[in-house]
Design a protein around this ligand. Structure first.
Ligand code: GDP
Length: 594
């Protein structure tokens, strides 16, 4: 252990959760530290640099201002030196972990069979008669190196998990039957793995069959840009047979080689976080939840929080059904004690107590209720540009569906040509046929927009698009499709928003706060003021400024809302010259449906 304090970089404003993330501590601890400094804040509340510094320093960190300010420091060498320390400090916490592998591929090509023989090949679990538990994942040990396999094959599960925010897989094994070759779902699986930026290894299965045609399949693979390494490409293609148990060790070796390349790592000392793989009621055991620990170490007695469900862990079992007391990164395990059945793909975290869990759930529900109106869960073409500018979107991700191959190609080519220095265009899938549920799930998981040309949308896909809030746009006129995309890339495809005034306050007194600026001590005359609203400042009927609310305080405490009749302090971004008598008009933007 190093004696030096860990340096952390803190921006001007950040939420409690973000600060906790930077320090890699539980947000609860940050909230407690804030409370002991007289500040009541919830996990999603914004705090300023000064507040964050006080808290972080009391928690044993050394705080530095963000890069922009640091760049003004004269001593460049010193700057570089501490930057290096910062990188090393964080680096030092990370340790290698087992890669997590998912099997993808066309139905009946042998995913389940391969998972079964790999599970049985594990020398460590060779105890005769040992009953393996199907808990949704298992680990095998190959000469001291562990590999974790997720036991629900197929891209539906893979992408459904991604759509809920889970990034559990490090490596995809694409199973292709050597007699059948590349089939529609093989192509789909490749789209899904690529969209998730997961490296692909091909398991060329069923080579025991006389009808197997490995060379022909390799040719087909090159057509979807998976060039076998023995053809000078960089995709490992491993001939295997689940039936005859051939090539299984080669496949494991290939997985470990790719793993060496991508070096999956995690911090085993952090508080545990990860993904729910499965949850069900089991006879005699009650609700059992299978988890994949992705960071930190989960321990007996920890309190888990998953969405709306929480509970103290009563028992933990590994994939062989053996009781364990703790589980580190990449380890799958099943636990009892969670008071509910979460969904596969939901993220779990460890919180201090059941009481803390209840409070966090309540706060998150409140935050959701107050989330800005007009903001979609998934991206829409209208919103693309603003998300790009906010740094939330890096590229325009598209799924293109057309009625015939003849129209698909020119559409794809033209879309790719629209790419410019600021915006890259990523076509995650281009295929013929109606918009399917698979398209919608891929879009949802990858923040993509679906562009259809002369196609229909399947009824199930329609329902999925509405629940996942995926933007599916159907065109009958080709130039209109290009026009919309072009406008979206320039930020000209503006959605129609309407400002809705939610409250009016009058400034009564102005307070000067060192390091922060002026705060308008105000009285809420009508309606409400909200932390996530914007405001107009009006003096003698004249509009002086419009900007988002910077801070909202009641009796020195940050609050989310102030109701009619209360006095409070407020600052509006971009304005500092408040005067008694000014009217502050709070408003939120509402999207107008077209
Ligand atoms: P999945 O749908 O991809 O999970 O495929 P399964 O594992 O269920 O396998 C589909 C069928 O192919 C089953 O009848 C298996 O017995 C058979 N199969 C799987 N692997 C092999 C293999 O290596 N050789 C032969 N001949 N058959 C296999």
């Amino acid at each position: 252990m190093t004696q030096t304090k860990t340096l952390i970089e803190v921006p001007d404003f950040l939420t409690v959760r973000e600060l906790a993330g930077i320090m890699e501590v539980s947000p609860i601890d940050v909230i407690k530290e804030l409370m002991s400094n007289g500040i009541m804040a919830n996990i999603n509340q914004q705090i300023d640099f000064d507040t964050a510094s006080i808290v972080a320093e009391e928690m044993g960190f050394e705080v530095v201002a963000p890069q922009v300010e640091v760049d003004e420091v004269e001593d460049v060498d010193e700057q570089l030196a501490w930057r290096k320390v910062l990188a090393e400090e964080r680096e030092a916490d990370l340790e290698p972990r087992a890669p997590v592998v998912t099997m993808l591929g066309h139905v009946d090509h042998g995913k389940t069979s391969l998972l079964d023989v790999i599970r049985q090949s594990d020398v460590q679990s060779g105890e005769a008669g040992g009953i393996t538990q199907h808990i949704g994942a298992y680990q095998v040990n190959r000469e001291g190196e562990l590999v974790t396999f997720l036991d629900t094959p197929g891209h539906e599960a893979f992408t459904a998990m991604r759509a809920r925010g889970a990034q559990a897989t490090d490596i995809a094994v694409l199973v292709v039957a050597a007699d059948d070759g590349v089939m529609p779902q093989t192509r789909e699986a490749v789209d899904h793995a690529r969209a998730a930026r997961v490296p692909i290894i091909v398991a060329l299965n069923k080579i025991d069959l006389e009808t197997s045609r490995p060379e022909r399949v390799k040719q087909q693979l090159t057509e979807i840009d998976l060039i076998p390494d023995d053809w000078d490409g960089d995709t490992m293609v491993i001939p295997v047979s689940a039936k005859e148990i051939l090539g299984i060790d080669d496949l494991l070796e290939a997985i470990l080689l790719v793993s060496e390349d991508i070096q999956p790592r995690a911090n085993p000392t952090a508080s545990a976080t990860g993904t729910v793989l499965e949850a069900k009621i089991e006879k005699g055991r009650g609700a059992m939840t299978t988890l994949l620990v992705q960071n930190g170490t989960l321990k007996m007695g920890d309190t888990l929080l998953v969405g709306q469900n929480y509970g103290r862990i009563k028992a933990m079992f590994d994939h062989k059904g053996k009781r364990v007391r703790e589980a580190g990164p990449s380890m799958p395990l099943s636990v009892s004690g969670l008071g509910g059945i979460p969904e596969a793909g939901e993220q779990f975290r460890v919180v201090e107590s059941e009481k803390a869990a209840r409070r966090i759930i309540a706060e998150e529900q409140e935050d959701q209720r107050q989330a800005p109106i007009g903001r979609q869960k998934s991206i829409s073409l209208e919103e693309f540009f603003s998300r790009l500018q906010e740094g939330e979107a890096k590229s325009l991700n598209l799924i293109v569906k057309a009625d015939v191959q003849g129209s698909l190609e020119p559409i794809v080519n033209s879309l790719e040509e629209m790419e410019n220095e600021e915006v890259s265009v990523e076509i995650l899938r281009a295929s013929t046929g109606n918009v399917s549920e698979s398209d919608v799930m891929l879009a949802s998981a990858s923040d993509a927009i679906i562009l259809g040309f002369n196609v229909d949308i399947d009824p199930i896909a329609k329902a999925a698009a509405s629940s996942e809030q995926v933007d599916v746009r159907n065109y009958r006129i080709i130039y209109k499709l290009f026009e919309d995309v072009e406008k979206a890339m320039k930020g000209m495809l503006a959605p129609t928003y309407r400002d809705v005034v939610i409250g009016r306050a009058e400034v009564r007194q102005v307070f000067r706060i060192r390091g922060i600026g002026n705060i308008a001590g105000s009285y809420m005359r009508t309606g409400v003021a909200r932390r996530n609203a914007s405001a107009h400042i009006v003096r003698n009927g004249r509009l002086l400024n419009t900007g988002p609310v910077g801070s909202l305080k009641h009796l020195q405490e940050n609050v989310r809302e102030v109701k009619t009749g209360f006095e409070f302090g407020v600052s509006i971004e971009g304005w500092n010259d408040y005067e008694p008598g000014d009217i502050i008009e709070f408003f939120v933007s509402e999207r107008v449906e077209d």
